[in-house]
Design a protein around this ligand. Structure first.
Ligand code: TRP
Length: 330
């Protein structure tokens, strides 16, 4: 029996990387058999920052879809859909926006951080309000679990508040979602920077070739105090060790020891890491080849997923309209 519903997803703004994988994608792949899973490609949310370049969306949407399918989401099991094509989400967003105050949005920590990061002086209505729209993404299908990276947790908390408010104002029809954050937490960039991000150029992508992985890992930042092969290492300050924890966890105790007594050198340690990452990515490459050579199949998966999402959305909307006395004609 299903434990309930999952909803989660990504903005289509380019290729997905290992940070996405450990934060959320691994959980989605693992839980797709236990939960009825909905995956949203949040193209409307991408427009909150990219509204001047919508022409990139058709390619970016398919890129993300390919990444999902390659990572092992089974299109027979999960519903992968495009946000802008599910009007029920937009409807819900409007209803929620009646009781969410501007001040609450202005003080949202993620909104503040992102506004600073993008250098926004004045915020668009859509950008300020995207947490409301994200709450609609989660609640239109009554999801109870949301696998996400740690940066998204405030948005899930906010969605819970909206649900509670709606349920007490009108009728208890909505479900309170819970966030599920990947075990490993945030993955640092391969250059040691706190965040793996496209703009910093420190990502390993799910679509990287085996040779690219080897090359990127060989450039990774290690313990700066370890100058010579014979110097003992300090795993806790080493980027490569942090990656071993995420991708090679079975060997962690022995690796720590070997590093600390200079039993293993950085070159060998990196080789092992690249091999572990490539072991993870290899089956993804095989699936990617299949989907990339058949773009029509990917489009069909998205269309079928979108149509299913609309159906589910309509069921929720019928209850929402009834709860809000908007079901004028039965
Ligand atoms: N905000 C998420 C991100 O930037 C993407 C997203 C949109 C999302 N709607 C969602 C995540 C609903 C979880 C649930 O990656």
């Amino acid at each position: 029996m299903s434990k309930g519903r999952i909803l989660t997803g990504d903005r289509p703004t380019g290729k997905l990387h290992l940070g996405h994988y450990v934060g959320s994608l691994a959980n989605r792949v693992k839980l797709q058999h236990e939960y009825e899973t909905f995956i949203i490609i949040a193209d409307v949310q991408a427009l909150t920052t990219n509204f001047e370049a919508p022409e990139r969306l058709p390619e970016d949407v398919r890129q993300v879809a390919n990444d999902y399918l390659s990572a092992g989401l089974d299109p027979e099991k999960v519903t992968i859909f495009v946000q802008s094509l599910v009007p029920q989400i937009a409807e819900l967003t409007v209803f929620y926006s009646m009781f969410v105050t501007v001040n609450v949005l202005r003080h949202n920590p993620t909104i503040k951080t992102e506004a600073k990061q993008y250098g926004y002086q004045d915020l668009t209505y859509g950008f300020l309000g995207y947490p409301v729209s994200q709450a609609a993404d989660i609640t239109f299908c009554k999801a109870n679990l949301v696998p996400v990276g740690a940066d998204q947790v405030p948005h899930i908390e906010f969605a819970r508040k909206i649900v509670r408010r709606f349920n007490e104002l009108y009728k208890p029809v909505l479900v309170e979602p819970e966030a599920l954050v990947g075990e490993v937490g945030r993955l640092v960039g391969i250059d040691g920077n706190a965040k793996m991000s496209k703009s910093l150029g420190n990502c390993i992508y799910l679509s990287d070739t085996a040779a690219e992985v080897v090359q990127k890992v060989s450039m990774a930042v290690t313990d700066p105090a370890r100058q010579r092969r014979t110097d003992p290492g300090h795993p806790d300050v080493c980027t490569v060790y942090a990656y071993h924890k995420a991708f090679n966890s079975d060997f962690i105790p022995e690796l720590r020891k070997e590093c600390e007594v200079a039993g293993i050198g950085c070159v060998e340690c990196k080789k092992r890491l690249a091999a572990a990452i490539n072991d993870l990515l290899e089956p993804m490459r095989a699936r990617r080849a299949k989907y990339e050579s058949n773009p029509k199949l990917v489009d069909e998966i998205l269309m079928a997923g979108t149509s299913h999402a609309r159906q589910i959305g309509e069921q929720t909307m019928a209850e929402v309209r009834e709860a809000m006395h908007l079901d004028y004609f039965g």
